[in-house]
Design a protein around this ligand. Structure first.
Ligand code: SF4
Length: 381
């Protein structure tokens, strides 16, 4: 079967010991059944402080899956002080579980072809998207409905890759078009019409007329962020990143006057500008890898678009709060990268969990355009 991938894919290499926020900490590292069976016959590396009878003895059951039990610092017990993996140093790559071997790569197997991508929850991947424009492969499929869905995805990727447009505008426009397309059976003509230059210009003019109060956007994004963070904070995960911003999210309107918040928000938007290339690439890649899943349909694409919008707004909000906490100085690439990594790790849910989260958190599974517009807001600069 044909395998396709974006152009940056081959450039990735794990930076291991130099990684600023290694994947060997603070999340569930799955151990597949085959590996676990193999691990029952393998002794722990010599330099393990806590020596158990075999490698499998370091795994536990969590949320219905077998995972590596993290130590008291929420790190993988096989991670050495030099940030290298003791299993690899002792036994080589072959001993690793499938998750550790594959991360941060992912494959989506469609009926017609397979698509490979890299996930944004690895800092070395974000480094590839920092400056250059990335390119996605063309998809050629025969089945009519599938072809139309891939066409919609392509148009949305193009929107996020348009550097003349803010990512906020792309989110507002493309979500509107998706909702419109959902109203009637999709056809090639309708797609071309909705994504035509004329229609998009009219849509942009209409969006410009809509009033989106900035303070409401900030207040709602605080709520979203707190809600997303609640379980991670309870478990003591990502504390250094989450606790300061969550604390400010809870008390922002007590600590600052509203005028001051508005002023800071404008200034913050300027500080975000040097990172626009990263965000254009990040969102284009999220659309390529997550918007359309194998056997997916248009309704699922709408729901995924909501999740992608939530992800972006949670990243932007954490950066705003972090920047306020740090005294409103420059916003470094490293800070932006850290929060993209942490939020995407926190929101890396599978399909079923996304649906459950949205169903429990919102009145309707499919939002109206106004709600997405409220959380996304408009780019001011
Ligand atoms: S997060 Fe990425 S760069 Fe860092 S250790 Fe994991 S795979 Fe390597």
């Amino acid at each position: 079967m044909q395998r396709i991938r974006p152009d940056y894919y081959e450039k990735f290499t794990c930076i291991a010991g130099r990684c600023p926020i290694t994947c060997c900490q603070e999340w569930k590292i799955a151990v597949d059944a085959d590996t676990n069976r193999k691990w029952k016959k393998i002794l722990p590396p010599e330099d393990m402080a806590d020596k158990k009878k075999n490698l499998s003895a370091y795994t536990i059951q969590k949320d219905g899956m077998q995972v590596i039990g993290l130590n008291e610092n929420h790190r993988c017990p096989f991670l050495a002080d030099n940030k290298l993996c003791r299993l690899v140093s002792t036994y080589g790559d072959k001993v690793l579980s499938e998750t550790c071997t594959v991360f941060p790569r992912e494959v989506h197997a469609f009926q017609t072809h397979e698509e490979e991508t890299l996930m944004p929850c690895c800092p070395a991947v974000l480094d590839l998207w920092k400056e250059e424009e990335i390119h996605f492969p063309e998809v050629h499929v025969q089945r009519k409905t599938n072809m139309l869905l891939f066409q919609i995805r392509k148009k949305i990727i193009e929107s996020f890759q348009n550097s003349k447009k803010s990512v906020e505008n792309s989110l507002l426009e493309t979500f509107y078009v998706l909702l419109e397309l959902l109203k009637d059976p999709i056809s090639k003509e309708r797609i071309l019409d909705y994504f035509s230059e004329d229609t998009l210009l009219q849509l942009q003019a209409a969006i410009d007329e809509v009033e989106l109060p900035v303070l409401d956007t900030i207040a709602e994004c605080n709520e979203l962020l707190l809600d997303l963070a609640v379980n991670y904070r309870k478990e003591g995960l990502y504390q250094n990143y989450l606790n300061p911003v969550a604390d400010l999210a809870e008390h922002l309107f007590e600590r600052y006057e509203t005028e001051e918040i508005l002023e800071k928000w404008m200034l913050f938007q300027r500080k975000l500008l040097p990172h626009q290339n990263l965000f254009h690439n990040f969102l284009a890649n999220e659309v390529f890898s997550d918007l359309l899943v194998p056997d997916g349909n248009l309704k699922q694409m709408v729901i995924k678009m909501q999740w992608i919008a939530m992800e972006y707004t949670a990243i932007r909000q954490s950066l705003f709060l972090k920047w306020l906490n740090d005294g409103c100085q420059e916003l470094s690439y490293e800070t932006v990268r850290d929060y993209v990594v942490v939020i995407t790790r926190m929101m890396g849910y599978d399909e079923e969990d996304i649906y459950e989260y949205l169903t429990n958190s919102f009145e309707t599974l499919i939002w109206d355009w106004g709600y997405l517009a409220l959380i996304v807001g408009k780019a001011i600069v």
